[in-house]
Write a protein that binds this ligand. Structure first.
Ligand code: IMP
Length: 179
């Protein structure tokens, strides 16, 4: 069985992603070019998007990363997140742009934006490549969104299923498990 056999269909090709990241970079440049912002990538899923986005930004900025894991409560996620890798730099007084792969229920980002807001930044905004609004539980929305997608499990371009598929250059929908 080929390693791509579990892929149902391509949702966004590498060309579609590149064109959309170009547009997002233009918006971010317009809003942040004189602010020397700190872009914070949420590991691991954002690393490909972050790398592509920031190479399109030709002004002063800093890059930092955070990693979080959700506390599991039996089988269901409790909605609480634990920071497993914190920022290397203080963000007090800085303009923070969180760069994330996807907002699903929104619980992770709701908590993270709260944690970062408590550190005294000048501003906190959110740039997400993908948004699955149909599954939202927490009240949160992105300031910059790449694509709004239906309720399907997607992989590729940094997003994984059990740590696999992150290196796909496109975004694909996985076949329902059990097929
Ligand atoms: P939330 O707290 O439910 O919004 O979860 C966000 C996190 O869940 C993302 O950062 C991803 O790591 C993961 N996630 C949610 N949906 C998907 C998906 O369709 N594919 C891969 N990871 C996903």
């Amino acid at each position: 069985m080929a390693w791509t056999d579990q892929i149902d269909r391509v949702l966004f090709t590498r060309e579609q992603i590149a064109a959309r990241v170009d547009e997002l970079a233009r918006q971010v440049r317009h809003d942040y070019c004189s602010l020397n912002p700190t872009l914070i990538g949420i590991l691991t899923g954002s690393f490909v998007f972050m790398a592509d986005l920031l190479r399109r930004l030709d002004f002063d900025l800093q890059v930092d990363f955070m990693a979080v894991s959700s506390y599991e409560d039996g089988t269901a996620s409790s909605g609480k997140v634990r920071i497993t890798k914190d920022l290397d730099r203080d963000v007090a007084g800085k303009h923070v742009l969180i760069v994330e792969d996807i907002i699903d229920t929104g619980q992770t980002l709701k908590q993270l934006t709260g944690v970062l807001a408590d550190r005294g930044p000048a501003s906190v905004r959110l740039c997400c490549l993908l948004d699955k609004p149909s599954r939202r539980v927490a009240e949160i929305s992105a300031d910059y969104t790449g694509f709004t997608i239906p309720d399907a499990f997607v992989v590729g371009y940094g997003l994984d299923y059990a740590q696999a598929y992150r290196h796909l250059p496109y975004i694909a929908v996985l076949k329902p498990q059990g097929d």
